[in-house]
Design a protein. Structure first.
Length: 153
C-alpha cells in the first residue's frame, strides 16, 4: 500500500476513534495531494514521492506559522499546541533528517566532488545536495555550512 492509502486508513481510524485533531491534519494533507493532482500541467501519477513532497511542504509551512504564533505569546498559545501536533504527525511520514555532523560531512564530501572552492559556486552545491537528499536537509543549512567551510582562514 502506498502512502496515499496509508493516509486514507489513518483518516478512517481517526474518524472511528473520534480523534478530530488527527482527522483534521490528514484531511488537509489529502486536500493538498488532490490540489497537486488537479493542478494545471500535472500529468504524472500520484506516487509516494509526490505525497512525501506534499507532506514536507506542509510541515515547512506549519513550522513558519509556529514561529509566528510563538511570538504572539498568550494569544497564540492554543494554536501553538495544534501546530506542534500537526508537525509531529507529518514527521512520522517523512524520512529522518541528517544530524549536524552527518550534514557537515556530506557538504564537505560534495564540495570536494564538485570541485567547489569559490563561495560564488555555493548555489551549485546546494542544488546538488538538495537533488539527492530532498526532505532530509534544509537548503539554508547546506548553504550556511558550505559558507563556513569555504570561509578564508
Amino acid at each position: 500500500m502506498g502512502l496515499e492509502g496509508t493516509l486514507n486508513d489513518a483518516l478512517k481510524q481517526a474518524i472511528k476513534d473520534q480523534d478530530m485533531p488527527t482527522a483534521a491534519v490528514v484531511r488537509m494533507l489529502k486536500t493538498r495531494v488532490m490540489e497537486r493532482r488537479t493542478a494545471k500541467g500535472f500529468a504524472g501519477a500520484v506516487d509516494d514521492a509526490l505525497v512525501l513532497d506534499v507532506i514536507g511542504a506542509y510541515r515547512k509551512q506549519l513550522q513558519k506559522a509556529l514561529g509566528e504564533y510563538e511570538k504572539a505569546g498568550a494569544r497564540g498559545a492554543a494554536q501553538v499546541d495544534t501546530l506542534r501536533f500537526e508537525i509531529a504527525f507529518c514527521e512520522r511520514y517523512l524520512p529522518r533528517g541528517l544530524d549536524a555532523d552527518a550534514l557537515r560531512a556530506l557538504v564537505r564530501e560534495r564540495l570536494a566532488a564538485l570541485g567547489v572552492a569559490d563561495p560564488k559556486q555555493i548555489g551549485r552545491l546546494v542544488g546538488d545536495v538538495m537533488k539527492t537528499h530532498k526532505g532530509q536537509v534544509e537548503a539554508a543549512d547546506v548553504k550556511r555550512i558550505a559558507e563556513e567551510l569555504l570561509a578564508p582562514g
